[in-house]
Every structure is written in structure tokens, then in C-alpha cells.
Design a protein around this ligand. Sequence first.
Ligand SMILES: Nc1ncnc2c1ncn2[C@@H]1O[C@H](COP(=O)(O)OP(=O)(O)O)[C@@H](O)[C@H]1O
Ligand SMILES: O=C(OP(=O)(O)O)[C@H](O)COP(=O)(O)O
Length: 392
Amino acid sequence: MDKRSVRDLELSGKKVLVRVDFNVPVKDGRVTDDTRIRRALPTIRHLLDRGAKVALISHLGRPKGEPDPRYSMDPVARRLEELLGEPVRKLDVAVGPEVERALEEPGRGVILLENSRFYPGETKNDPEFAAALAAPFDLYVNDAFGAAHRAHATTVGVAERLPAAAGFLLEEELDYLDGVLRSPERPFVAILGGAKVSDKLGVIERLLEVADRLLVGGAMCFTFLKAKGLGVGASLVEDDYLGEARRLMEEAADRLVLPVDVVVAERMEEGAETRTVGVEEIPAGWMGLDIGPRTVDLFRRHILEARTIFWNGPMGVFEIDAFARGTEGVARAVAESGATSVVGGGDSVAAVRKLGLEDRMSHISTGGGASLEYVEGRELPGVAVLPGRGED
Ligand SMILES: Nc1ncnc2c1ncn2[C@@H]1O[C@H](COP(=O)(O)OP(=O)(O)O)[C@@H](O)[C@H]1O
Ligand SMILES: O=C(OP(=O)(O)O)[C@H](O)COP(=O)(O)O
């Protein structure tokens, strides 16, 4: 990566504001998936070990620009303290004299500021709010890859006001994605699933340019199957995108691989009667909710040939056991492939974790939206604003 790194900073005695993505799931006051917290620990430890005074800031959920106890960072502070093994001082504010006072206190440990989205200036990237955030600090480090596609005060505004650098997680994410996009070892097989074609159209176009094969599952395959002239019953289809789907299939017929069979049901629920049918025989009124076993075999063959894999989105409604086989089959094949594998997107990552296959993937991205925007070729504002190596 050509951005200035946290490694390049002189840290001793410096007050450092670190933007992390601690937007984690919380239930009954407990963090239910602490991956994003764990992944930020190397940067936090690096800063502490070099004598910096560290304050962390993140958003959590989508509160409406004012304090909302449902989105307090308190549960995050408790989990962070357990994982870091150092005291975490949680403040109920993100700006003002309380922050300045906390930074003056002696002793090790970190400060965790309150949810940045409790302030209306955050999502507007308001200059006054950004200046207030920056005021008590000497340096800024961005390690929030998951939020790098947002041009907010904590991701962009502060970076314009303080000497800034990228943290280790941000670097790792960009290095893996760049490797996949710019110099993949071939064959490069991309796998896309999930719900909406419209969300991922730009990603499909870009992947068709760089990948040798694009395997399409999830609900989005039904828009393609319908565009091919097949009856898809009550499956989820985005009719507005049939023309685009047809164009993509014409342009990339040899690279785009669609399912040959699917698991269908009349209702998307646990215990519903299911059938496995060829894609040309989906009964009227039934919906496709997973790829079928012949498709798993087909996808598996492509995956096992791959040297590089990018995967985003589940192959079916994997939250329901009866429709989880396709996603599981793909996850196992990716794990067995020995290829460099990059997995992004909340749901595909959840599936990999459920199967205990996390360690078998080369890189699991902490950003769903951010990784897709990056793959699509869009500039991430939180990255663009960081100075290059050797710049001021
Ligand atoms: N065939 C299908 N029909 C309806 N929904 C589906 C189908 N396949 C997958 N889904 C749903 O798509 C959702 C995930 O889509 P998306 O948010 O695009 O993926 P990700 O979070 O991995 O980026 C899941 O909730 C899953 O149940
Ligand atoms: O969880 C996030 O996005 P993701 O689910 O696309 O990975 C990020 O923290 C960004 O959150 P936002 O979409 O509320 O700006």
C-alpha cells in the first residue's frame, strides 16, 4: 500500500485518535461477534507499546445524530477490555473538555469515545465537528476499513486536520483486495451471491473484467435465469435489471457460470416442503432458495482449479438449515482449494464462521459495503484522504 502507515509515525508521548470500525452486533448488552474488535488489536497494541496515548472512536448502528442508549459503546468497552487485557476508559462524549482531561491522566490503557453518530456533524462531515474531534490530538490513525466508504467527520474530516496514517487492518484489507484485483494468480474465480443484483451490478461488471470465472448463486441468479428465458416461479427477480443481465451474459458467456439446479419451496421458512429441480423446471408459485447439489459440484470443480478466489454473498437463504447446503458446499470447497481466498460481506463471513472454516481462508474482510465498493473500482473516501508515504 502506498499510504503512510502507522509504522512510519513517531509515537512516543503523542496523543493519537484512532478511527476503528467497532460497529458490531450487540444483543442484551453483550457483543455477539467481536471480530472487528479483535482485528483492530494489533494497531492499538502497537500504539500503546510505543508510548502513545490512545483514544478510539467508532460509530455503532445508525442512531439519528443524537444520543440513544440503544447504541451506546458501553458493551463494546467491556469486550474490548477483556480482549486487550488493558484498562478501557469509556467516555460518554466524543468531543470537549472531558476528552482533553482524560488524555492528561497518567497510566496505561485506552480511552473509548462515545458513538460518533450521536453527533449530527458526523455523517455530514461537518467542519466544526471535525475540528472539535481533532482538537485534543497530535495524530490520527484510520483502521476502520469497514467504514472507509463513508465520507464522514471521523473518516475524512479529522484526517484533513491532523497528520494521518493507515492502521494495520486497513493496510491488510487493501493489500489483499489489491492483490486479487491487480495481480491475481490464475485461474481467478469470483463467487457472488446474496439478495440483490442491482446492488452488485458494478461489482459483477468489474469482476467479469478481471476474473476467469464468475460463479453466480443466491437470489441474484434468478434475474439471470429469467433473462435467459427460463421460468423462475416465485423466485426473487429484479425485473428492471433483466436487460442488463442479458447484456452481461452476452458479453461474458464463457466466464459467467450460472446454477444448473436449485432447491425450491413454496414458502421461505423452516420446515417448508422442499424439492430439488433443474433450473428449467422450477414449478410456478415455487421459489428458488438455494443452489442444488449438481450446482455445488459444478461450482466446486471451478473452485478447486482456482489459485485466487474472491467470494461475496451466500448461495441461498443460509439462515434456514434447509437452504444452507449450497453456501456450506461453496465454503468447504474454498477452504479445500488452497487458493488465495478473500471473503467479504457479513453473510458469507457468518457462514464461514458457522462452519469453523475461518482459519482456512487467506483473508476475511471486515467490510461488506467497503470491499464491494473497492472491488467496483470506486475510491474509498477514508483511504483517498490519507497522505502517501513521504507526503506531508
Ligand atoms: N435465493 C434466495 N432468495 C431469497 N433470499 C436469498 C436467496 N439467496 C440468498 N438470499 C439472502 O440474501 C441475503 C444476503 O444478501 P446480501 O446482503 O446481498 O449479502 P452479503 O451480506 O453477504 O453482502 C441473506 O439474508 C440471504 O438469506
Ligand atoms: O457494518 C458496516 O457496513 P457492512 O455491513 O457493509 O460491512 C460498516 O460499519 C458501515 O456501517 P454503515 O453502513 O452504517 O455506514
